[in-house]
Design a protein around this ligand. Structure first.
Ligand SMILES: CC[C@@H](C(=O)O)C(=O)SCCNC(=O)CCNC(=O)[C@H](O)C(C)(C)COP(=O)(O)OP(=O)(O)OC[C@H]1O[C@@H](n2cnc3c(N)ncnc32)[C@H](O)[C@@H]1OP(=O)(O)O
Length: 333
């Protein structure tokens, strides 16, 4: 062994007592436990972030999205209105009201749609929503007079982000939503139908993603949602072909749930109410919980969706409706 200088010492391999040798063997298990704990912590943080994100808009300042600036620009283009009627039975009717222009969206209608979605987010007794157009037609997309005025990149991107924010919030409302399609749902109007949970069509009505003919692709989120509704192949055909989708084809694609008997407004609305009523019968808290569970399953990664479902379950378990049912003991014949 070489001689050491003052203050130096031999670096001997550490010798361990029996107990210390035992703890080294435990190391893989302890490391696994630590890794698992870290993974669970990561998942919980991710879930919290996703849930927070879901409450925040899709776009914000980080994306160069200045909402007040955009709203001010859109409000320069007036015309038509978005009317909302919230009923005691928990069903709301939202009417796209610009019949002179086939219910095309003016700038002020885009801003009003956002305001109505905010009102619906704050309606705690809401269970269902029917969106339809005035004058026996659904919606012809953006008002082309407005489109001409905002055809520059910045304004176009701003309108795109504004409408995506609004339609994403519409899609996530804790209400079961139906687009009642009479007449034409073209361009942005077709995209609006995909932000609803269901579409019901009247005889002779048509959903058509005409974007290609406008030198465009969808911009209100309708492309992404269409893929989730009909699959990527059918979505590519409908978008690439700017295809006319009449009630029968819509049914076969799963784009529409039913073709109604009535073509005129009052009859079609009555049928749509009856159809939706099948799924909104019951306490608002329960119907809203059901929609939230499905919305989570539709959008979130499985483990996050499961934890979200657990949290939602906790809001109804032992609640008034649950306790009353336990007393009633309904027979599900
Ligand atoms: C992200 C997509 C989004 C965007 O890029 O911002 C869009 O949605 S772009 C717009 C896409 N929509 C269209 O291109 C539809 C254009 N309109 C039509 O194809 C037809 O109007 C119709 C919907 C098939 C109905 O045809 P018809 O029944 O023959 O009625 P008219 O054509 O006579 O329409 C009546 C009246 O309404 C005016 N109109 C219709 N759609 C729009 C619109 N999108 N913007 C502005 N004005 C529209 C039409 O011009 C008629 O008015 P008058 O000419 O004054 O009579």
């Amino acid at each position: 062994m070489p001689e050491l200088g003052a203050g130096e010492r031999h670096l001997e391999p550490e010798r361990h007592s029996g107990q210390e040798q035992h703890s080294w063997k435990e190391l893989p298990r302890r490391l696994t436990e630590m890794a698992l704990a870290l993974w669970k912590n990561f998942l919980q943080i991710t879930m919290k972030r996703i849930l927070q994100q879901r409450r925040l808009s899709l776009y914000n300042g980080a994306h160069g999205y200045e909402e007040e600036v955009i709203k001010k620009k859109l409000q320069q283009f007036s015309g038509g209105s978005i009317n909302l009627s919230k009923e005691d039975n928990g069903i709301a009717i939202l009417t796209l009201n610009n019949p002179k222009l086939m219910n095309a969206f003016s700038g002020t209608m885009m801003v009003e749609l956002q305001e109505k979605v905010t009102e619906l987010e704050n309606w705690k007794d809401g269970k269902g929503l029917i969106i339809h157009g005035a004058g026996n037609t659904f919606c012809s997309g953006s008002d082309l007079n407005v489109v001409k005025e905002i055809s520059n990149s910045q304004d176009g991107m701003n309108m795109c982000m504004f409408m995506q924010n609004t339609l994403t919030r519409l899609m996530r409302l804790p209400l079961i939503s139906v687009a009642l399609v009479q007449g034409k749902a073209f361009g942005g109007g077709a995209e609006l139908t995909t932000a609803c949970d269901f579409r019901l069509m009247t005889p002779g009505s048509e959903i058509r993603f005409v974007h290609k003919h406008m030198g465009l692709a969808p911009g209100w989120g309708g492309g992404a949602r269409l893929v989730r509704i009909v699959g990527s192949g059918a979505a590519l055909q409908l978008l690439g072909g700017a295809a006319r989708v009449e009630p029968e084809r819509a049914r076969s694609l799963g784009l529409s749930e039913a073709t109604l008997g009535a073509a005129e407004e009052s009859g079609a609305l009555a049928e749509a109410r009856a159809w939706l009523g099948q799924y909104t019968e019951g306490p608002a808290a329960v119907i809203r919980a059901v929609k939230k569970v499905v919305a989570a399953g539709r959008e979130l990664p499985l483990e996050v969706a499961l934890r979200t479902e657990k949290d939602i379950f906790g809001t109804v378990w032992g609640g008034p409706a649950n306790l009353q049912a336990l007393v009633r003991r309904p027979k599900h014949k």
